[in-house]
Design a protein around this ligand. Structure first.
Ligand code: ATP
Length: 260
């Protein structure tokens, strides 16, 4: 579904992504792991159009999407979750979901004058959809709470919920598990599995929690120093000499792999 060919992203003389090549199979939940500084987030940012690549190519279903801006990718169904922006913190969780762009016709002057009825209908439909998403994620009780007041894990669920307001095809999740308690992490894992099975979402997931990766991801791709080191099931990856060396080589900061 997504193919990355010999991708480079340099910051000055520093090669954060240094010739990475990989593919993401349609319908998979692909895990992306690697020691701190391996270039995972940078790779995500280049694929999702947040950063321009230095060189290399990204294709989606055979179409060249290299360097397309996030909004163009959004319309193709490629989404990267972001932390809830500051300005949305004072809005409720339901409103945050309703803000996701997706064909509302409220903006134009014509619609403001002549389409009031249609806008009201759309708003009702949008609200119903937001409530459906909240229910799917088991956070209906948070509908009227301000997004700035919910816990870190609940925010992660809300970010995931934003991808459900549109017809996403592939979603990039960066460290959904960071700072999230076990119970919420399970809810997030369930939501990802359900979206994958029931709605056909493909996922690419960066995560340091190996239990989480092992539970939901196949295959797992391991990066180090800007390149892909290995791909396989988590067990295969864990047994890979180069992978073990890459984690050990970066010292105590990278206990996730060594400690499991
Ligand atoms: N805008 C930038 N300017 C300069 N260097 C950067 C920039 N963004 C990232 N880097 C560097 O690129 C390297 C790769 O960073 P990146 O965040 O992609 O790694 P990562 O694998 O996601 O790490 P982590 O698991 O710690 O999040 C790091 O050494 C980082 O300091």
């Amino acid at each position: 579904m997504i193919t990355v060919e010999n991708l480079h992203k340099h910051f000055g003389g520093f090669h954060a992504v240094d010739g990475a090549s990989l593919s993401v199979r349609e319908g998979s939940i692909t895990g992306l792991i690697g020691p701190n500084g391996a270039g995972k987030t940078t790779l995500f940012n280049v694929i999702a159009g947040v950063l321009p690549p230095t060189s290399g190519r990204v294709t989606m279903q055979g179409e060249d999407i290299t360097g397309l801006p996030p909004h163009a990718l959004f319309h193709k169904g490629l989404l990267r979750t972001f932390q809830i922006a500051h300005e949305f913190a004072s809005m409720t969780c339901r409103e945050n979901l309703m803000m996701v762009p997706g064909g509302q016709s409220g903006e134009t002057l014509w619609n403001t004058w002549f389409g009031r009825k249609r806008i009201a209908e759309e708003e009702r439909a949008l609200r119903a959809k937001a409530d459906e998403v909240l229910e799917f994620l088991t956070i209906t009780h948070l509908a009227d709470q301000r997004a700035g007041e919910i816990s870190g894990g609940q925010k992660k669920l809300l970010e995931l919920g934003r991808t459900m307001m549109v017809d996403a095809r592939i979603v990039f999740l960066d460290e959904v598990g960071a700072g999230v308690n076990r119970t919420l992490l399970n809810t997030i894992a369930e939501a990802i599995l359900n979206l994958n099975r029931e709605r056909g979402y493909t996922f690419v997931v960066i995560e340091h929690d190996m239990d989480f990766i092992g539970r939901i991801c196949d295959p797992v791709i391991c990066m180090a120093e800007g390149r892909v080191l290995a791909e396989g099931t988590l067990d295969e990856i864990k047994a890979n000499e180069q992978v073990i060396e890459a984690y050990l080589g970066t010292g105590l900061k990278n206990k996730d792999m060594v400690g499991t």
